[in-house]
Design a protein around this ligand. Structure first.
Ligand SMILES: Nc1nc2c(c(=O)[nH]1)N[C@H]1C(S)=C(S)[C@@H](COP(=O)(O)OP(=O)(O)OC[C@H]3O[C@@H](n4cnc5c(=O)[nH]c(N)nc54)[C@H](O)[C@@H]3O)O[C@H]1N2
Ligand SMILES: Nc1nc2c(c(=O)[nH]1)N[C@H]1C(S)=C(S)[C@@H](COP(=O)(O)OP(=O)(O)OC[C@H]3O[C@@H](n4cnc5c(=O)[nH]c(N)nc54)[C@H](O)[C@@H]3O)O[C@H]1N2
Ligand SMILES: [Mo]
Length: 699
């Protein structure tokens, strides 16, 4: 028997991007471990990725191309050859492209975060084809935009510094579930005497383990941050030197913050004024004592109408108290802006002969149902889905389903499994998993460039995304030499070596070693150097004004709230959020039995006051509904959900739920204030006992 160990990287959409060691025995991957030497992975994997081999060898892996034989959505397919599949796709796309190339739309997100299997050959293909561009907004664009206005780029406190902080505010994140290796650092900080505070409407696994939990109403974070500013400035808990040297617009900010008394903030957030004042004092006084104070702001705050402004407002706090002076102070939203990823080389936008329209992936439901018009352009006639599962993860799911049901829509899906989206494919193509292909990775939670070597041969007839688009390009007669680049050639271009941060990037060396840290200062903004137009932390942003926003931090209540729409709130009085379940990764892993077993079935957490008013007891099957749709879940009566809030941990495969639906039946396609992003957590619903037929199926 030959046993080897292969260096790999976790491909999933998670800030941690772990370094993996794959044990391969006679060509079979038998163990997936965390690299003990990689400083952030430190030998520890989450339960999901520890089962990556189980997922790869899953009996339901797609192993050959297939053509639909049943109705759309029915999921009935027949096996065909690669040659037949490629011929049919090239013919269908060729005919559409001859008429209107922009009628073709790629739909992809971060099923893999790899720079190669993500957008490289695929982007070249669609650029050359002249297809519509996809605005990839489904996750992070609101916060990234707000942060950019304020700090200049997605650069912040290094994960490896957090253990030295004396106060950590975990703001809208649940790291025990979704950023485990940050939680390790936070726990170390706690052991060294730090205080941990969670700001979250839900008593998540993480909030439960913090010293303090502030359970505000969803979508009200900017009001809380403004209330904090009021106290910080009013009680002179600010760093006047840092403000004078490295910030812009303090006087205007001061005037704005003056309007936000703790009482006003508390009222908006549904918490007490003492909580607002207390939080500001903890933060400001620790900073005043010269202690590092750090904020980990995450995605929870962004998925609401004012999500961009919330992140922007929170991102002002460290500059106000001078927290950036310390390597362990400041704020981390995402580290992705630290990486000089060479997207131009990978994606070759120059292959596009003329400008194309952009379709927002968040509004795929509406856009698939739109007719051709001068404003919209051609109707969407073909969708190529890869690295994504829109039927499960996009908002307003009923519309998404109706769009994909269109008989005149040609749909190709590249997948590992027959997901909810795959059921709607005309042609379904088997893609390789991370164990079977090569890739290069950046991270959005740490600062290491990462390599993934192929550990095993592709299973069945599966092919990497890159190879599928290479073959399609050849079929379509695209003869630019770039369509022949190998995956190693692509990976070798992943980072721009001319950028000093990636000076140590060398693909062959990275493949050997697995990971390499960027060359970055430990405290990125200790001496200013913000990446904004002014080079300062912009409390006042002229760019925001030019883009039609309030140039100062402000608070906008959620679309679906009593403050904005009292009539709607009367009919649908409960706010619903659907954050990630610990054992799933978005909708990935839901079909892995051991992990689905750990989650059980779809649940809805509801506060005792709200359940009692509806005659619901623990275990009742309930129907959650609003004007957009409904889904069924089993009630868990718990004070983890604050009163007025219900929580449905997500994202379930619809077909693995008793009613064939999930939380996105009730979420809306409305967009955030900036970044054109989704408002998953800006959703009002009503909850009632499910009719016996609906509850029967799961009992
Ligand atoms: N296990 C697991 N890990 C994941 C994922 C997964 O699905 N499962 N998904 C990955 C992806 S794609 C992403 S983007 C990240 C997400 O990473 P995080 O942002 O850490 O996501 P969550 O774990 O959902 O934590 C969000 C928390 O915000 C809270 N929240 C909801 N609305 C609000 C609000 O308005 N204000 C505040 N302050 N809090 C609010 C929720 O209750 C939840 O506890 O995680 C990644 N990691
Ligand atoms: N209600 C609600 N909805 C949400 C969220 C929420 O919190 N609540 N979170 C949102 C967020 S943050 C995000 S990021 C999105 C995520 O949405 P998606 O990016 O669509 O993520 P997944 O649902 O994990 O689907 C990814 C798919 O890619 C496939 N895949 C993985 N690797 C490869 C590969 O190499 N090749 C090919 N061809 N396929 C591959 C996987 O098998 C999987 O089915 O969901 C969003 N939707
Ligand atoms: Mo995400």
């Amino acid at each position: 028997m030959t046993t080897t160990q292969v260096r790999a990287t976790c491909p999933h959409d998670c800030p941690d991007t772990c370094a993996l060691l794959i044990t391969v025995e006679d060509g079979v991957a038998t163990e997936v471990k965390g690299d003990p030497h990689h400083p952030t992975t430190a030998g520890v994997l989450c339960t999901k990725v520890a089962r990556y081999a189980e997922r790869t060898y899953h009996p339901e892996r797609l192993l050959h191309p297939m053509r639909r034989v049943g109705a759309k959505g029915e999921g009935k397919f027949e096996r065909i050859s690669w040659d037949q599949a490629l011929t049919e796709i090239a013919e269908r796309l060729g005919a559409i492209a001859a008429r209107a190339p922009q009628a073709i739309l790629p739909y992809s997100y971060c099923g893999t975060m790899g720079l190669v299997q993500g957008e490289s050959m695929s982007a070249r293909f669609f650029n050359r084809l002249g297809a519509s561009a996809l605005d990839r907004t489904i996750c992070a664009m609101a916060g990234a935009t707000g942060y950019k206005y304020t700090v200049g780029a997605s650069i912040g406190t290094d994960l490896e510094q957090f253990q030295d902080a004396k106060l950590i505010i975990i703001w809208g994140g649940n790291p025990i579930a979704s950023n485990l290796h940050f939680w390790t650092r936070a726990q170390e900080a706690k052991r060294r005497g730090a205080k941990l505070i969670a700001i979250d409407p839900y008593r998540s696994l993480t909030a439960e383990k913090c010293h303090q939990h502030i359970a505000l109403l969803p979508g009200t974070d900017a009001a809380l941050a403004l209330g904090m500013m009021h106290v910080l400035i009013g009680e002179n808990l600010i760093d006047a030197d840092y403000i004078a040297q490295h910030t812009l617009g303090f006087e205007q900010l001061k005037a704005r913050a003056a309007e936000w008394t703790p009482e006003r903030a508390a009222e908006a957030c549904g918490i007490s004024a003492a909580e607002v004042t207390g939080l500001a004092r903890e933060y400001g006084q620790a900073a005043r004592r010269g202690e590092p104070v750090a904020i980990r702001v995450n995605y929870g705050v962004q998925r609401v109408r004012g999500g961009g402004m919330s992140v922007r407002t929170i991102a002002c706090l460290p500059a106000l108290v001078g927290a950036w002076r310390h390597a362990a102070g400041g704020v981390q939203l995402s580290s992705s802006g630290s990486f000089p990823a060479n997207r131009v080389a990978l994606q070759r936008p120059d292959l596009q002969k003329q400008p194309v329209r952009t379709i927002n992936m968040t509004t795929i439901g509406d856009d698939l149902l739109r007719a051709a018009s001068p404003a919209f352009g051609p109707r969407i006639d073909a969708v190529i889905v890869y690295n994504a599962n829109p039927l499960a993860i996009a908002p307003d799911s009923d519309k998404v389903m109706r769009g994909f049901l269109r008989e005149d829509l040609f749909t190709v899906v590249l997948e590992h499994f027959q997901t909810d989206s795959a059921d709607y494919a005309d042609i379904l193509l088997p893609a390789t998993t991370q164990l079977e292909h090569v890739d290069a990775h950046l991270a959005y939670g740490h600062l290491y460039m990462m390599a993934n070597n192929a550990a095993i041969a592709p299973l069945g007839e599966a092919k990497p995304n890159t190879e599928i688009f290479r073959l399609l390009a050849a079929r379509m007669g695209f003869d630019d030499p770039c369509f022949s680049d190998s995956d190693d050639q692509l990976a070798a271009e992943a980072f721009d070596k001319r950028d000093a941060r990636a000076i140590h990037f060398d693909w062959e060396a990275l493949k050997q070693r697995g990971w390499q840290k960027l060359a970055m200062p430990a405290a990125p903004f200790a001496h200013g150097g913000f990446l904004t137009p002014s080079g300062k932390c912009e409390f006042y942003s002229a760019a925001m004004l030019a883009d039609g926003h309030d140039p100062l931090p402000t608070y906008t209540p959620p679309y679906e709230s009593a403050a904005t729409d009292p009539e709607l709130a009367r009919r649908y009085p409960l706010a619903m959020i659907s954050p990630p379940a610990r054992n799933f990764l978005n909708s990935t892993f839901v079909n892995v039995k051991s992990l689905r077993g750990a989650e059980g079935e779809p649940h809805l957490d509801i506060h005792p006051a709200d359940s009692a008013a509806r005659g619901i007891v623990d275990g009742t099957m309930v129907r959650i509904f609003n004007d957009r749709g409904s889904f069924v879940a089993k009630a868990r009566v718990t004070t983890k959900a604050r009163a007025g809030l219900v929580v449905g941990l997500s994202v379930w495969w619809k077909k693995l739920a008793s009613d064939g639906k999930n939380a996105n039946e009730v979420t809306s396609q409305r967009l955030t204030d900036m970044g054109r992003a989704p408002t998953f957590y800006d959703t009002l619903v009503q909850v009632e006992q499910a009719a016996p037929a609906e509850s029967h199926e799961t009992t």
